[in-house]
Design a protein around this ligand. Structure first.
Ligand code: G3D
Ligand code: MG
Length: 177
């Protein structure tokens, strides 16, 4: 049996858009939950079956650090894919994704992005066109989710695993477990 590649991914976006809820929904009841309380990062792992074989996602979720830019650089380092999450009932959380994108790109210039419109169980305040156009501009897939109902959540993390795996293949090595 070969080692399962471990792929670091990060979840970014404004406070309250549902980042922690998405990670909890996906990882609920799974093994290897831990908390790096000293640096204020929630960290969970989850195994994903891809057509190419199993990978282990190590999912980094900012624990209330959205307001503190100075502590976020190390958080992104070594990440292979980032989800930029906004709340479909809060248009400014979509507008703000550009600054999250810029900040992450500075630290990890070639990593892959996915745009997530969360809270689709609630009433939309605008159509998906603006988000789709932004996603197309940064060459990212656009998906919609509800951490409340679970809709779209597995697809979100499977898509991140696929992006992270293909990017890691271009780097030529995986971090062994
Ligand atoms: P964050 O980690 O991005 O800061 P959280 O966001 O996961 O803490 O979620 C912020 C609030 O949004 C929480 O509400 C949470 O229950 C709610 N939420 C997250 N995802 C969804 C969703 O898909 N649908 C709905 N309806 N609500 C969602 P509270 O009230 O606990 O602060
Ligand atoms: Mg959170």
């Amino acid at each position: 049996m070969g080692k399962i590649p471990v792929l670091k991914v990060v979840i970014a976006g404004d406070g309250n858009v549902g980042k922690t809820s998405l990670v909890r929904r996906y990882c609920e009841g799974k093994f290897d939950t831990s908390r790096v309380a000293t640096i204020g990062v929630d960290f969970q792992t989850h195994t994903v079956d891809l057509p190419s074989g199993q990978v282990k996602l190590s999912i980094w979720d900012m624990a209330g650090q959205e307001r503190f830019r100075v502590v976020r650089g190390g958080f992104y380092r070594g990440s292979l894919a980032a989800a930029l999450v906004f709340d479909i009932t809060n248009p400014s959380s979509l507008t703000n994704l550009e600054s999250w994108y810029q900040e992450i790109s500075e630290v990890a210039p070639n990593q892959k992005f996915i745009i997530i419109g969360n809270k689709i169980d609630l009433e939309r305040v605008q159509g998906p066109e603006t988000a789709q156009a932004y996603a197309a501009r940064i060459s990212a897939p656009y998906l919609e989710t509800s951490a409340l109902t679970g809709e779209g959540v597995s697809l979100m993390f499977e898509t991140m695993a696929t992006l992270a795996f293909s990017y890691s293949a271009t780097l030529g090595s995986h971090q062994p477990e």
